[in-house]
Design a protein around this ligand. Sequence first.
Ligand code: 5AD
Ligand code: SF4
Length: 482
Amino acid sequence: MGAANHVPEEAIRRQYEYIDLIAARNAEKAQFLGQKPRAVAHTFGCQQNFADTERLAGMLSEMGYELTEDVNDAALILYNTCAVREHAESRALGNVGALTHVKKARPETVIALCGCMVQQEQVAEKVKKSYPHVDLVFGTHALWRFPELLFRTLTGKKRVFDISGDERGEIAEGLPVLRGEGARAWLSIMYGCNNFCTYCIVPYVRGRERSRDPEAIENELRELVAAGYKDITLLGQNVNSYGKDLGLGLDFSGLLRRLDKVPGDYLLRFMTSHPKDASERLFDTMAECRHVAKQLHLPFQSGSDEILRRMNRGYTSAHYRELIVYARGKMPEITLSSDIIVGFPGETEADFVQTLSLVREVGFDMLYTFLYSRRSGTPAAEYPDSASKEEKQDRFERLLKAQDETVEGRQAAYLGKRLRVLVDSTGKSPEYPFAARTEGGLLVCCVGEGLRIGEFAEVEIDRTTLRCLFAHTVSQHIIYKG
Ligand code: 5AD
Ligand code: SF4
């Protein structure tokens, strides 16, 4: 397998030419209107999608748009969509449907859809037929061609649909980016997925795994650190298989070690890991790298080996347990989270009880639990099902209850402890004016003199609830990992 196809520099340069053409139009408009035209770029879906939207927002900004969240005030509305569950799709389509009013009131508004949901041919068709107010549709593979596609939309008479692209996928470097405010930033290290879990649509809409060059990743990390970001998450559908396609002899652990040498006071996180590829070597690396947060999101999906087999996950629940024991042995303070699917086709009560036992046994700090959602085109969509909707809902609630019981105890154990946190936003109550995250990613509501967003502080925990630790400051503006 060779390294992934890079979009040629020449092709990227052409996109910058389209950016300039649109910017010239927008400058004229701005002069006429006395303000820049506004654009909405909204994300439905995961962090990967969010990172993609930051690129699209970067392009929009260079085209002379001012980003806003108000659709009623926008010359352009772009929704970056998700396909992982039916709920994500219906939410996106519901929001798109609601834009008919905007289009009626201001027909010149450009409405654009992109991302995973519309990469599916049948959905793109549905949008073509049933959502005539949508002007532009482009899939995940066409993301880097947004300037060109938008230019065609603005200057032509026809609606523009482009979900073309090779499933092998490409890597586009050198696109602009507009990052969110605050101390957190996302850094994509790879794209796509090769795993084909039988429930999952992602490999079909995001193409095959491809890794970015380590230099490009390291350079971006240096830029982020220089810009003052302190909480940086490396992103990929399965970060543990980073580098397999590059042939450089550099795996994910190697990448972490290389990035960890970048100087600065910052934390490195990563997601998502896959139990089939997560290794002792990875946990040794995490333990030894000073910038790497002692936090692990390791989805196990089901505690039943039979269900795992039918999900094509490539590990057993015993293997998962061994990984957790090893990780905790190396990093006793590690926080753990996982994804679980309830109600996979054919899941019996006995299968579910095994999931419940694993949850109780491991004691996760956070769980993301989902009811199975049938995705057309995936193998599991054809699997026979037996449990009723009510049974699945009942299992789901029992799982949440078991998790809440665990979390209550885990949170309470922090009482009186001193922790280092990164202040990342204003708090919801005047009593605790700041919200912060621990190295493990737990939410801490803080009060104290001199707290500043984007800085590390040391706090002492006064009170705990299921969702939050409450704390006062012991010292501010500390250097944590520098
Ligand atoms: N139904 C329900 N949950 C799903 N996930 C992925 N596909 C589906 C599906 N068809 C969940 C998995 C994954 C997370 C991102 O979403 O738990 O880890
Ligand atoms: Fe992210 Fe998967 Fe949703 Fe795409 S389908 S946005 S990869 S969660």
